[in-house]
Design a protein. Structure first.
Lengths: 115, 111
């Protein structure tokens, strides 16, 4: 069966510090991968998605970047965090090449607080 | 993705059925209707999806209007654990298309 791992679960970082959040998927090959963010009291915002190694689509211009160095690894990074980067970050995967009828499966999320 | 409209909130009593409506009047012929729910402090969880016919699974039922301009998620017997934000999302057939979440419906369940 497929599983998705996301870490850390919580993180407190000072403004201006770097960020690296990691997500890995097991039990499937070439998954579609996604990063979402949910600010406090708000809806889920799509940040990045990837359909393959080195292929990243950015949905919202911001202080963040994403990379996919391996087939089942998706990393969210920032060189210098802003207060507005605080939120609940969620990684998700879906089956490759199955389009709109394939569900997304989410990890447990990382709650980031920038102080 | 086409837009959906859901009530901001709904209330239910435990062990009663819950009907969560969703309007999607601009749906295209290739859009699938997906439902997800998000419990507090957790990532969204897939509930059900469909294209034209009504769908049932262990979690819920999805009733789709004949013209596909609306749908209803049915929880047959609400429990306290069903209290969550429920999202109705349209998703087209492009491979790799991500889900665009709206504000959803916050369901409260009382004992």
């Amino acid at each position: 069966s497929q599983t998705i791992h996301q870490w850390p679960a919580t993180l407190v970082q000072p403004v201006g510090s770097p960020l690296s959040l990691e997500c890995t998927v097991e039990g499937t090959s070439n998954p579609n991968l996604y990063w979402y963010r949910q600010a406090a009291g708000r809806g889920l915002q799509l940040l990045f998605y990837s359909v393959g190694i080195g292929q990243i689509s950015s949905e919202v211009p911001q202080n963040l970047s994403a990379s996919r160095p391996q087939d089942r690894q998706f990393i969210l990074s920032s060189k210098k965090l802003l207060l507005s980067d605080s939120g609940f970050y969620l990684c998700a995967w879906s089956r490759p090449g199955t389009g709109s009828y394939s569900p997304l499966h989410f990890g447990n999320g990382t709650r980031l607080t920038v102080t | 993705d086409a837009k959906t409209t859901q009530p901001n909130s709904m209330e239910s009593n435990e062990e009663e059925p819950v009907h969560l409506p969703c309007n999607h009047s601009t749906i295209s012929g290739t859009d699938y209707i997906h439902w997800y729910r998000q419990l507090p402090s957790q990532g969204p969880e897939y509930v059900i999806h469909g294209l034209t016919s009504n769908v049932n699974n262990r979690m819920a039922s999805l009733a789709i209007a004949e013209d596909r301009k609306s749908s209803t998620l049915i929880l047959h017997r609400a429990t306290l654990r069903d209290a969550a934000v429920y999202y109705c999302i349209l998703r087209d057939r492009q491979a790799g298309t991500a889900l665009i979440f709206g504000k959803g419906t916050t369901l409260s369940v009382s004992s």
